[in-house]
Design a protein around this ligand. Structure first.
Ligand code: PMP
Length: 392
């Protein structure tokens, strides 16, 4: 059997990370992996998480099997975080703990395939690299729409033109905030337009919320999602606690389905549970238990997320100023406007290779850098290197 296995190339992202780790140059910069780092270059465990872990350790709950749908307090807390304290929205959801945001996307893809196996999922180009494999795994079709920077922030005409052939029942993935990999976020008027478009055409929005709190703030970052929920009868949401709670390796997330009414959701729970049972059975408890504690009294945690958000915003402003001081081309100006961890540099694979080989700066081949992976001291050297590789 093993000889019959098709060859598979290693994930290009992890190959880059290995190359970074083997690079002996002390000035090397890892801007590949999508993780927040603090000024000391480490990915911190928020104090709120440590405090919750201490309380949980002291309580010493049994490790007996839990429900297929995971931790009920976590699910309810995530629903409030995503939808707000809005009874009309909260009456329309079913939320199930998932194995990270990735697991939520996969559960939702499987659910869509149960109902409409011929549906196509529309994702942005450029977009999150894992959307295609996750959505096509259960056999769904996959197409892309352009996501481009424009004077008004985002080229809506290009996006809606590309979505024109989408058929009723097709799924449109929208990044809730902090678009990966571009950092180009939709403004309220863009959300209103795309939300109305989906409602008019019978398309199902799937909001991928992996960075809530890193764009404009925890509540502001959910405004687009809430608009979509208010305008559309059926909405899917994949949420991740990896970034905003620093729970990366604990694999903590939630899959949410909103229906027109509570009755419309009656088949969702047993189906999602059956899908989970056939893949991993129960999600891991620890991260969700921590998150449930935090969400029950979120004030201290919200302050920590706000500090992370501000740090990234300051890094963007500092990088923009340093690029201007270097006389870098106007194409780089967008870095300052963009939101969240990522930006896509206006550089091709050859320039990204030179960045790596000549300057020990590691971004992806496609030009994505993790701004949240920088320290203040690295901003100047990065701006200088960017100007040098961008100048022919
Ligand atoms: N969606 C997007 C857009 C992401 O960037 C990520 C994480 N990089 C995920 C989903 C998955 O998050 P998680 O690590 O929680 O699985």
């Amino acid at each position: 059997m093993l000889a019959q296995l098709p060859p598979a190339s290693p994930d290009p992202l992890w190959s880059l990370i290995s190359a970074y780790r083997a690079d002996p140059r002390p000035e090397r910069m890892d801007l590949v992996v999508g993780m927040y780092r603090d000024e000391s270059g480490t990915t911190p465990v928020p104090d709120a998480v440590r405090a919750a872990e201490t309380r949980l350790a002291e309580a010493g709950a049994s490790k007996a099997y839990r429900a297929l749908s995971g931790n009920a307090d976590f699910n309810a807390g995530m629903a409030r975080l995503l939808l707000g304290d809005a009874p009309a929205r909260l009456a329309r959801h079913y939320t199930m703990q998932s194995v990270g945001g990735t697991g939520a996307l996969r559960l939702l893809a499987e659910l869509v395939a149960c109902a409409t196996p011929k549906a196509t999922v529309w994702s942005s180009d450029p977009g999150y690299v894992n959307h295609r494999p996750l959505m096509t795994a259960p056999g769904l079709g996959f197409e892309t729409y352009r996501l481009r920077e424009a004077a008004q922030g985002l080229d809506m005409a290009a996006m809606l033109d590309d979505l024109a052939p989408a058929k009723p029942g097709d799924v449109v993935i929208l990044h809730g905030c902090c678009h990966n990999p571009t950092g180009i976020d939709m403004r309220p008027e863009h959300w209103a337009e795309v939300s109305a478009f989906c409602a008019r055409r019978g398309l199902i929005p799937l909001v991928d919320m992996a960075y809530q709190g890193f764009g404009d703030g925890m509540e502001a970052d959910a405004a687009g999602l809430r608009r979509v929920v208010d305008d559309n009868p059926t909405v899917l949401v994949a949420a991740s606690c990896s970034k905003n709670m620093g729970l990366y390796c604990e694999r903590t997330g939630a899959a949410m389905v909103l229906g027109e009414s509570p009755a419309a959701l009656s088949r969702v729970a047993p189906l999602l549970e059956r899908i989970a049972r056939a893949s991993y059975s129960m999600p891991p408890e620890h991260g969700a238990a921590v998150a449930a504690e935090i969400l029950a009294a979120p004030e201290a945690w919200l302050r920590e997320v706000e500090a992370m958000r501000r740090r990234v915003a300051h890094l963007r402003a500092a990088l923009g100023a340093a690029l201007r001081a270097e006389g870098a081309s106007a194409e780089f100006a967008a870095l300052e406007r963009q939101k969240g961890m990522f930006s896509l540099l206006p550089l091709g694979p050859e320039e990204m290779r030179r960045l790596r080989e000549d300057h020990a700066i590691y971004g992806t081949e496609t030009g994505r850098i993790n701004v949240a992976g920088l320290t203040a001291a690295q901003v100047g050297p990065l701006a200088r290197a960017l100007r040098q590789v961008a100048t022919p």
